[in-house]
Ligand binder design. Structure first.
Ligand SMILES: [Zn+2]
Length: 53
C-alpha cells in the first residue's frame, strides 16, 4: 500500500495519482492534491533555491 504524499495516510483504495514536474505523486484525495500544491510545492521550491543539492 502507498502512503499519500501529502498527509502520509496509507491509501487503502484508489490512489489519486498526478504528475508534478515530471514526478508522479499519489494522494488519497483531490483535496490532498490541492493542499500539496498550495503548501508543499512552494516550500520545496524554496528549499531547492537555498539548498540546490
Ligand atoms: Zn492525503
Amino acid at each position: 500500500m502507498t502512503p499519500c504524499d501529502c498527509c502520509g495516510q496509507v491509501v487503502a483504495k484508489r490512489l489519486w495519482v498526478i504528475e508534478i514536474d515530471g514526478t508522479e505523486q499519489g494522494f488519497c484525495s483531490q483535496e490532498c492534491e490541492s493542499l500539496f500544491r498550495t503548501y508543499v510545492l512552494p516550500k520545496r521550491a524554496a528549499a531547492a533555491a537555498t539548498n540546490p543539492s
